[in-house]
Design a protein around this ligand. Sequence first.
Ligand code: ZN
Length: 283
Amino acid sequence: MNISSRIPPKIAIHSFTNKPWNLAECLDRYQKAGVPGISVWRNLIDPAEGGVGLEEAAKRIHDSGLSVPALVRGGFFPGTTAEARQNAIDLNRQYLDEARAIGAEMVVLVVGAVPGQALAESRKQVCDGIAALLPHADATGVKLAIEPLHPMYAADKSCVNRMAEAREICEALGHAKVGIAADVYHIWWDPDVEAELRLSAKQNTLFGFHICDWRVQTRHLLTDRGLMGDGCIDVSGFRRLVNEIGFEGFHEIEVFSEDYWARDQDEYLALILEREEACRPAN
Ligand code: ZN
């Protein structure tokens, strides 16, 4: 028998993966299934988006005993006016407070981009925005994880598209609370991805690791992600690599999929766990 398959893995599920479930349902089902962690999307917290409110969310999450690798998501720093950029910084301060309240290790940053504004200028604004947050990251004890997004999102969601650009911001800021959330969906194609992951581990900036799959016939830019095994990413290879380079955080399952949201979510959770085990590396 393969011994490693009997060791409970350090996995977490992003709440948006089971979008039809509310916070109480996610916590209950994950807990019963033995999933030790949940990364919480803000829609489950923010009353404006149908969430239960911060105080209630914090209580429920705390009572569940589940670990929270991340609050998802902050960012969106670039803007064409100083006012817009300041608003983004203020919002992200609030997200750091929320993350602290729910016991999240980090806020994942989808850094943003402005259509028509040069990506280099946007990256500069991202760097400035994160710099402005550093005192509050220190005060809350919550980390900021820059998530490079696939270049198909460069127009309006992220001017940081490779590990290298995220690393450059980390290096420019040189702060222990600033690092990277590496999501295989966004970075699997990058010829430098292995070298950058190794460098990130060495620089202590590998904060988060997200897994899912890239469907070869992708039908939608946002809501057609595959579950591990549905597509062409060597998820097992990535998991082996991050283990090998000393990453000790959660392997966070994050899938946005209209197909899977339309299914019975209990059956889907069972499938998620089956696929997780199937791509669990031996190391
Ligand atoms: Zn992700």
